[in-house]
Every structure is written in structure tokens, then in C-alpha cells.
Write a protein that binds this ligand. Structure first.
Ligand code: ARG
Ligand code: GLU
Length: 720
């Protein structure tokens, strides 16, 4: 047996449950911990019960964990509704309060008293009140011989009924979500709070230290946290912002431990992982490694390098494109880690072995042969049919939808015209105001020459890489002049989309005549051509193939569940509350190199470089370091801890999640994963997958010693 093959076999056996799981892999449902996990968690050192984590009748840990905004997690750390999340999760809120006079992004912000806590009109936090398995109710009335449409109709109507019943007479919100590709359904009843105020944030030089260079990487030194407070009306109920609102009386909050962590300690992450796809067939993984990820990376290579040229040359452009650059670079870097990791694991052979095992099981019974006999052929056929369309889809999405500023504005106006102009005239003023606000922010962060360069380069790539059948005819003409000044003159700069004054003049009239004029605008009409062509020739076929794939995937998942009956198996992430557990530990990223499990302030001083924006350490921090003024937050060896790694299975959405010790005390805040392990969204490798956690002692040290906001610690329960 070759080494790789043997390794693949081991991993496959592990997946099939034939080797006892080390249970570092897995994002588990809190209501099933008792059944599946708690015994093993105890073995690994956990001291509390499953009810301490999730209980509907008594306050439990789940009452201290929230969805922060729409894509992050946060946790309560005081009885007065104080919560902690990541700096990158609070970034929008911090930015929205920042101006040249009050630059909280650069300088940080600390409310010295409750009146100074800053409201954020569109920010919400969501508490889970309860969850329940509603699979039987969802499938009630669904029989074998009904049509797909009928099936969908019954399921949707059942879901509506369940949601209505769950919230009748309350201000709660309910959501029924599919698990295991639609083989199971769970109900979530939530309570949403709408007055969430910014309490504190370190300067970006701490909260974003290392920027995109260090992003996804270990060793890491980012102080990635921010503090917010939830407010309620006088009766303790959710309410929109009002100066009369009072701080939430927390049902439960996390005690904080200053005891620190050692390698091998139990840790648990409790939060909202967004999306994983662990049960894909090899055909899907092949498409991901060979096409989807590399193509998207290549497109973003162009965008990011052109942005960087201009950002390096001008501080103004650097600020304008900081946020766009960060979000584009984040996924771009993750995809690269993902391909590397999947190749290194030889994920394709592992999947093949797993599929062989599955077929062996299938072949033991004639019923199963009938149901699953040709499942992998079906996958292969559908994924090969999908490949060219999926490529056309990705290019359209990366280039037309999100690649350039001018098309982004076209998209926003197009949406306004299509929905608002046709809907209730009473809504018109509101929607128009929103469009105006959006546009103002858009132009604030817009540099025409940067965007023009990016657009030309992207359109050239589009033209080179994509079959003509997926491109609108008009573009084929334009593509000939992409290298000549004619494009700039006749298209880019003569478009109203590149001119704020003209756009505002349009918003002020919006007559039919003006709209017809807009429809002839060179870039707006080009955008529409792309969009129409995509909607006719790409999207319907993609949707159809993906629907078929979803059906086959559901069937495959059903088989996997059947084959593993009685064994713990976790559903893919779907932005519902989950538990991941593992140990504090480092890893060997390459032969001969061991990554220690923690970093310290010393590392920040080593990275210090006033010349490089992302590595300029604030003077105050240097001073504290020089004087070793670490208070009670230092480790036993006198060093100031910053971050640590653990083997908890996490993904995007877990940002801001509480990381707790064996006693359920907060020891850190999750904020990233190590690059070598980012393939865990598709396949988990226990030797390489590590989440990155902000050590809570660093956060408290910054609040206390750096910011002088120690009064905030008075409301926390801190165990030394
Ligand atoms: N990689 C982390 C996560 O996926 C942090 C992202 C924000 N930081 C950044 N430098 N872009 O979301
Ligand atoms: N930074 C990610 C987030 O915003 C978490 C890192 C990950 O993907 O594991 O959710």
C-alpha cells in the first residue's frame, strides 16, 4: 500500500465510523448532545452536563449566545446585557460612527458611561429560545407517488403552519430549516433585539493587527474583539432604539476565567457556523478543486493586484478600498488554503474510498441496490453537465455582480427600477432615500481610474475564458476595443454610472424619459445585456441541474444516515446553533515545523513595523510591554498571552463564538482558522484543522490597561 493510500483508507474508515472518532471533527446539535456526545465530552475532560449547555426550562449556556448581526456570533459577559464579539464583526458599526473628527476605526472607542454607548439602527442580536425536531410534521401528507411540485407545496405549507403555531400570540420569530440535505427538519424559535449599542472597540492597529497578510494564518496576533450592549424597553422586551430603553437583564452570561489554557485542555465552541459540505461525492470535490476555486481565485488575483497598486500609491484610495479589499481577499485566501489542503489530504481518493465502502454496503441488499445502485453515476453525469454552466455562473457573479463599482451601482439601480417602480407608490420615497444613501456611500469609496482599470481587465478575462454562447452579442463587439482608449472614452467615462452629479440629477427626476435615457447609457445597457443573457442562457440551466443534484444528494445523505444508524453523525452547518469540541493544541503544518498553541505580546513587538500600515504597533501598547505592565492578565511565565489554537471544528459564522473551558467559563473568543486547515468546510483533517481563538486575558488587559476602561470589568464575573 502506498503511504497516501493507507492514509486515505484510515481517514475513510474514520468517516465510516469504523475507527472510534476523536470527535474533534463535528458541529453538533445542542439538543442531541445528551444522546451523541456528552459521554465523550466528559471523557475529554468536560465537567458540566448537556443541560448546562442547552435547556429550555432553565437558564443554560445557550441563553448567553447570540447571532450578532446577520453573519457572526456573540456572547453575553455581564448581567446587564454586555456582549463580546469580534472586531471584524463589529467593523461596520464602528465604521459607521467614524468620521475624520472621530475616527474610531483608527483610534478605538470606549464609552465612559452608559449614555455614551452608541446606537446602531440596523444592527440586531438574535437569541434562540428553543429548537425542536419537526421532521414528521414537515413530511405530513407527503407520499411516495406524488409529483415533485405537489411535494414541495405540501412541505412549504406544513412549514408555514409550524412556524405560525410556534409564534402565535408572541413577538417571537420562527424558522424551520432543513438538515442532512432535507432528510430532517428542525424548528427554531428566536427572539430578536433591535437596540444594540457600541460600547467599545480597540483601534484597528490592534483589532485588525496583521490585516490581510496575517488573515487565516498562524502565528496570529490580532486583538479581534469589540463590545456591545443590548437594550430593551422598560418591561425587558425587545424594542427599537429609544433613549428610554434600559440594558437587558441577561438570563445567563458567561463567567470569565483568567486561569488560562494549556495544551491538551478541553475546549468547546458554541456558536453559529454558516456553511459546510462534508458529504459531497468525489465528483463535486473534483469540480471544486479543479474549476470552481481556481477560477474564482484567478479573477480575484486581477482585482486585488490592481486595487493594491492604487492603494499603495494613494492613502485616499487605501481608505476607499480597504473594506472591499478585505472582503474580497478573505475568501480568495481561504479558497487557496482549501485547494491546498484538499490536495494534501488527497481528498479525491478518500472520497472514492468512502464511495466504494458505501457501494459495498448497498450491494448487500437488493432494496438498497434498487435505491442507490447508480447514485454515483448520477452524480458524475450531473456534475459534468453542470461544469460549463457553473463556470459561466461564477464568472458572471465574480465579474458582473461583484467585480466592479460601476456594475455594482448598475445592479443597485436595476433592482430599484424592477421592484420599487412597480410596487406601492407609497414605498417609493422610502426606497428612493435608501438608494440615495447607498449611492452616497458608494461614491465616497469610489475611485474612477481604479475601477476603470479593473473593469477592463475583468472584461478581457471574461472574453478570453468564457465560451461565446455565454456572452451577450453586444459585448463581443465591445471586447475588441478593451485595449484601446476608445473603451474609456466611449464607454466607461461617458457613462452616467461614473458621475455622481449626473446620478443625483437622475434620482431627482426619475421620469420615464430619464429611465429610457438610462437604458441607453453605455455601461448600464452593457450591464443589462449581461444580466439578460445570463438570466436566459445560464441561470435556468444551473438552477435545473442544481435542483436535480439536490435530490440526488438528499438520497445519498439518506443512505449515509441509514448506513450509520445509531452512530453519531453531524449535519452540515446551516447557520444554526452548534457545539464543537476539541482540545487546545498546536500542529505540524509541514514536516519538521511545529506550531506552538499560543502567541504572546512579544510576537506583536517582533512584527512591529511603523512603515507597514497593518503592523504599526500603537505607542501605548509598546510602553505597557516595556514596563511589563500586564496586571493580573499575564501567564505564569510572565508573558502576556494573545491568541491560541484548538481543534474545534469551526467555519465562517463562528466568528465571535464563545470558547469555553471544561467548567463552561469563557477562555476566549473564536475569530479564525489556520490556513492549512481551511478545507475543513469540505473535509476535516484532525492533524491540520485548528481554530484560532483570541485569549480572553488579552481582551481584558486591553480594556483595563490599554483603554483605561476598567470600569467595564466591574460588571463581569471574573474568576482568577
Ligand atoms: N478570516 C476571518 C474570517 O473569515 C477574518 C476576516 C476578517 N479579517 C480580514 N483581515 N479580512 O472571517
Ligand atoms: N473569520 C470567520 C468568520 O467571520 C471565522 C473563521 C472561519 O471561517 O473559521 O466567521
Amino acid at each position: 500500500m502506498t503511504k497516501i493510500y493507507r492514509f486515505s483508507l484510515l481517514v475513510a474508515l474514520f468517516f465510516l465510523g469504523l475507527i472510534p472518532s476523536q470527535a474533534k471533527e463535528g458541529i453538533w446539535l445542542p439538543i442531541l448532545l445528551e444522546k451523541y456526545n456528552i459521554a465523550e465530552m466528559h471523557q475529554m475532560g468536560f465537567k458540566l452536563s448537556a443541560q448546562d449547555i442547552y435547556d429550555v426550562n432553565h437558564a443554560s449556556m445557550k441563553d448567553a449566545v447570540v447571532i450578532f448581526g446577520s453573519g457572526c456570533t456573540g456572547e453575553l459577559i455581564s448581567q446587564d446585557g454586555l456582549l463580546i464579539t469580534n472586531h471584524h464583526c463589529g467593523f461596520d458599526a464602528i465604521q459607521s460612527h467614524s468620521s475624520l473628527e472621530h475616527d474610531y476605526l483608527t483610534n478605538g472607542y470606549w464609552a465612559k458611561q452608559r449614555q455614551e454607548e452608541l446606537p446602531n439602527p440596523s444592527l440586531t442580536v438574535t437569541f434562540l429560545l428553543r429548537m425542536a425536531d419537526v421532521t414528521d410534521k414537515v413530511f405530513n401528507g407527503v407520499t411516495k407517488n406524488i409529483s415533485a411540485e405537489e411535494r414541495r407545496r405540501i412541505i412549504n405549507s406544513n412549514i408555514d403552519n409550524i412556524e405560525q403555531e410556534a409564534t402565535k400570540g408572541t413577538h417571537y420569530e420562527a424558522d424551520v430549516k432543513p438538515f442532512f440535505n432535507g432528510n430532517q427538519y428542525f424548528l427554531f424559535v428566536n427572539e430578536i433585539y433591535r437596540d444594540v449599542r457600541l460600547v467599545g472597540a480597540p483601534p484597528s492597529a490592534i483589532g485588525k493587527f496583521g490585516g490581510d497578510t496575517d488573515n487565516w494564518m498562524w502565528p496570529r496576533h490580532t486583538g479581534d474583539f469589540s463590545l456591545f450592549r443590548i437594550y430593551t424597553d422598560k418591561n425587558g422586551n425587545p424594542a427599537p432604539y429609544s433613549p428610554d430603553n434600559i440594558p437587558l437583564k441577561s438570563k445567563k452570561s458567561f463567567p470569565i476565567s483568567l486561569k488560562g489554557v494549556k495544551e491538551g485542555d478541553f475546549t468547546m465552541v458554541f456558536g453559529y457556523p454558516g456553511r459546510t459540505s462534508e458529504y459531497l461525492p468525489s465528483a463535486a470535490v473534483k469540480l471544486l478543486i479543479e474549476q470552481t476555486d481556481p477560477k474564482k481565485i484567478a479573477i480575484r488575483d486581477i482585482i486585488l493586484s490592481l486595487m493594491k497598486q492604487d492603494m499603495d500609491a494613494s492613502p485616499k484610495v487605501r481608505i476607499q478600498y480597504a473594506s472591499k479589499n478585505a472582503s474580497s481577499a478573505n475568501a480568495w485566501k481561504k479558497w487557496q488554503g482549501e485547494i491546498k489542503g484538499l490536495k494534501r489530504m488527497d481528498a479525491l481518493s478518500i472520497k472514492k474510498t468512502t464511495e466504494q465502502q458505501f457501494m459495498n454496503w448497498v450491494n448487500l441488499s437488493s432494496d438498497r441496490k434498487e435505491e442507490y445502485g447508480n447514485i454515483f453515476q448520477k452524480f458524475d453525469t450531473l456534475y459534468s453537465a453542470l461544469a460549463p454552466y457553473s463556470k459561466a455562473y461564477d464568472y458572471y457573479n465574480e465579474i458582473v455582480i461583484r467585480g466592479t463599482d460601476a456594475f455594482a451601482l448598475a445592479l443597485r439601480i436595476d433592482r430599484f427600477l424592477k421592484t420599487t417602480m412597480k410596487s406601492d407608490p407609497k414605498l417609493f420615497d422610502n426606497e428612493l432615500n435608501e438608494l440615495k444613501t447607498w449611492t452616497k456611500r458608494h461614491f465616497k469609496d469610489y475611485n474612477a481610474s481604479t475601477d476603470e482599470k479593473i473593469m477592463r481587465a475583468l472584461l478581457k478575462k471574461y472574453n478570453q475564458d468564457i465560451e461565446t454562447r455565454f456572452l451577450p452579442r453586444k459585448f463581443l463587439e465591445i471586447s475588441r476595443i478593451l485595449d484601446s482608449p476608445e473603451f474609456s472614452k466611449k464607454y466607461y467615462y461617458s457613462s452616467i454610472l461614473t458621475n455622481e452629479t449626473k446620478i443625483n440629477a437622475l434620482y431627482d427626476k426619475f421620469s420615464h424619459k430619464e429611465i429610457r435615457k438610462l437604458e441607453k447609457d453605455p455601461l448600464f445597457s452593457l450591464f443589462r445585456e449581461f444580466k439578460n443573457h445570463f438570466e436566459q442562457h445560464v441561470d435556468p440551466i444551473c438552477t435545473n441541474l442544481n435542483d436535480q443534484l439536490a435530490k440526488v444528494q438528499k438520497q445519498y445523505m439518506k443512505g449515509i444516515l441509514q448506513m450509520n444508524e445509531g452512530k453519531p453523525i453531524y449535519p452540515d452547518a446551516n447557520f444554526t446553533l452548534r457545539v464543537a469540541y476539541g482540545k487546545v493544541e498546536g500542529f505540524y503544518p509541514v514536516d519538521g515545523v511545529y506550531y506552538d498553541y499560543y502567541t504572546t505580546l512579544t510576537g506583536i513587538m517582533q512584527k512591529d513595523n511603523p512603515e507597514i500600515y497593518d503592523y504599526a504597533v500603537p505607542e501605548k501598547l509598546k510602553e505597557l510591554y516595556k514596563n511589563k505592565d500586564f496586571g493580573r492578565y499575564a501567564m505564569a511565565n510572565g508573558q502576556m498571552p494573545v491568541a491560541f489554537t484548538a481543534s474545534d471544528h469551526t467555519t465562517g459564522g463562528n466568528s465571535g463564538s464563545p470558547v469555553v473551558d471544561a467548567e463552561g467559563r469563557l477562555i476566549g473568543v473564536n475569530f479564525d482558522r489556520c490556513w492549512e486547515g481551511t478545507m475543513s468546510d469540505v473535509m476535516y483533517d484532525p492533524t491540520q484543522c485548528r481554530n484560532i481563538v483570541l485569549d480572553i486575558r488579552y481582551a481584558l488587559f486591553l480594556i483595563d490597561k490599554f483603554a483605561g476602561a476598567g470600569y467595564l470589568l466591574n460588571e463581569m464575573k471574573i474568576e482568577e
